[in-house]
Design a protein around this ligand. Structure first.
Ligand code: GLC
Length: 501
């Protein structure tokens, strides 16, 4: 039975929209009805309260119910790919890998050489990264795919140059960090894109590969899309190339997702849609894109700042777990807490530092800077903060400590909720008679994404919490391990092409 969302008394505060037009605007009437200390204690209580292990274990059980239901009949999550075999690690060839992430587009020339004793056989020959800023996220429909095609063209030219050919043919694999309904291993219907992108507007249901190819053909590029995979599936495939025992993957960057290799019997009868007889004859298991971000509504406890974020979001309620734990949102949650502290408790003497009144302006990297700064004066965190958000006079040490405490609370909760979602995922995907007999196979979860890779202490905190939850399930520490899979999206895109023959 779903537990009611933790509802908290709403502190009345001035509406945000009109008060923050200009930086350095003084809020003269900020109600001093609570002190900063009282707010700090309240923030701590609200973020920490749901994190007792037993409570998380209970949340995991509720998530398991949502996962099982979606495996039976959801059309937006637990999406089966066409990938029914995993790589052997001996596939070879040159491929162009495209990686469309939430904040970066990468185009890479990948060479698969086959795994040997002293090498994993995966090589990046050339890679170019292009930042995806708000202007690119805002490109509507085909304009976004044309923007991609132009960058693909640049790499194709470079390939011709290094191979001494003119307009050499390249097979492309696309790692797509958005939901996609696969219609074959190289085609898939565009579904609503989160992360603030507008490219799917007016194009939902169209083939993602064709949208990319339209832009490429217009430029006369000699390329073909030969595989489309969600980035979570790409992570699984790239790590399976290195280690054939890989069965699960996790991405945690701008967004969150997980993929799993499951027997077909785990899926409801309608989940596979139309597939050729040949596919059915060959397939026993399939790589499933869970779209993990979409779970947790009405389960994961939230605070008033989460609720505000959700209400102001372009797609409220679309990806409830994502809004609580990923790189796109950690900074935003901290920003909303700080704004409340400024307007109602006189933080920074009631001045709003520049840009702090703009949605999504507080970068999660700055949140991380507060956590990694171990100095007493928090000098480097302060420098990072003030560089992005100049203010008339520098914050006091007490104010810097407040920001650091909020940063810690928000990121600790994120790692605990992620561990809970993974624990639930592990139980659902591997629960069998062995488990009931108290025996557990070791499971490695291949991980990638900027938070997992770079956010100070995040992966360790997630692993510790996961260990405690697995222990409550009767498994010993080390049963489920998070392992980084470097460059997983670009390698996975190339491996996917090679698997398609
Ligand atoms: C988002 C997308 C998902 C993607 C994930 C990680 O949640 O919906 O498809 O895999 O982010 O990038």
């Amino acid at each position: 039975m779903p537990v009611a969302t933790l509802t908290l008394p709403h502190v009345s505060q001035p509406p945000l929209t009109t008060k923050y037009k200009r930086p350095h605007h003084v809020i003269h009437h900020a109600p001093p009805y609570k002190s900063m200390e009282e707010l700090a204690a309240e923030v701590k209580k609200l973020f920490e309260k749901p994190l007792a292990d037993k409570r998380l274990f209970d949340l995991s059980s509720q998530l398991q119910v949502q996962y099982r239901e979606s495996l039976q009949c959801s059309t937006i999550s637990m999406l089966p790919s066409f990938q029914h075999t995993l790589p052997t690690g001996q596939e070879q060839g040159d491929f162009l890998a495209l990686d469309v992430g939430g904040s970066t587009f990468r185009v890479a020339l990948i060479r698969l050489c086959g795994k040997k004793d002293d090498s994993d056989g995966l090589q990046v020959r050339r890679v170019r990264s292009y930042a995806i800023d708000e202007a690119i996220r805002d490109l509507p429909g085909q304009a976004f795919f044309d923007w991609m095609a132009q960058r693909i063209g640049d790499m194709a030219t470079e390939y011709s140059y290094i191979t001494g050919t003119t307009n050499a043919f390249l097979r492309m694999g696309l790692a797509w960090s958005f939901p996609v309904e696969q219609t074959s291993s190289s085609t898939g219907k565009l579904l609503a894109m989160g992360k603030g992108f507008r490219a799917s507007q007016g194009l939902e249901g169209e083939d993602v590969g064709e949208l990319v190819m339209r832009g490429c053909r217009a430029r006369g590029l000699n390329v073909a899309i030969c595989a489309i995979v969600n980035d979570s599936a790409a992570t699984l495939l790239s790590q399976a190339y290195r280690d054939p025992a890989t069965r699960m993957s996790l991405i945690l960057g701008t967004g969150v997702n997980a993929a799993v290799y499951l027997p077909l019997s785990a899926l409801g009868p309608g989940k596979l849609g139309e597939r050729p007889d040949k596919w059915h004859a060959a397939a026993k298991s399939v790589v499933v894109n869970t779209e993990l971000s979409m779970f947790g509504k009405e389960i994961m406890p939230t605070t008033r700042w989460d609720e505000e974020l959700n209400l102001r979001h372009k797609m409220p309620n679309y990806q409830p777990l994502e809004y609580l734990i990923t790189g796109r949102y950690l900074g935003e949650i901290v920003r909303l807490v700080l704004l409340e502290a400024i307007t109602t408790r006189g933080l920074f003497a009631g001045y709003v530092p520049e840009h702090l009144d703009e949605a999504y302006a507080f970068d999660t990297r700055i949140v991380g800077a507060f956590e990694s700064d171990r100095s007493e004066g928090l000098e480097s965190a302060q420098a990072a903060f003030m560089a992005a958000h100049p203010m008339l006079s520098p914050p006091t040490l007490a104010e810097l400590n407040f920001i650091r405490d909020v940063a810690k609370l928000v990121s600790r909760r994120a790692s605990a909720y992620l561990a809970t979602a993974l624990h639930a995922f592990w139980v659902v995907s591997s629960w069998n008679s062995d488990h009931q007999a108290g025996k557990f196979e070791r499971t490695t979860i291949a991980c990638d994404g900027s938070l997992m890779e770079k956010y100070p202490g995040f992966r360790k905190a997630t692993q510790r919490c996961l260990d405690r939850l697995c222990a409550l399930s009767g498994a010993e520490t080390g049963t489920v391990t998070l392992q980084m899979a470097p460059e997983s999206s670009i390698f996975g895109a190339a491996v996917a092409v090679s698997c398609n023959g």
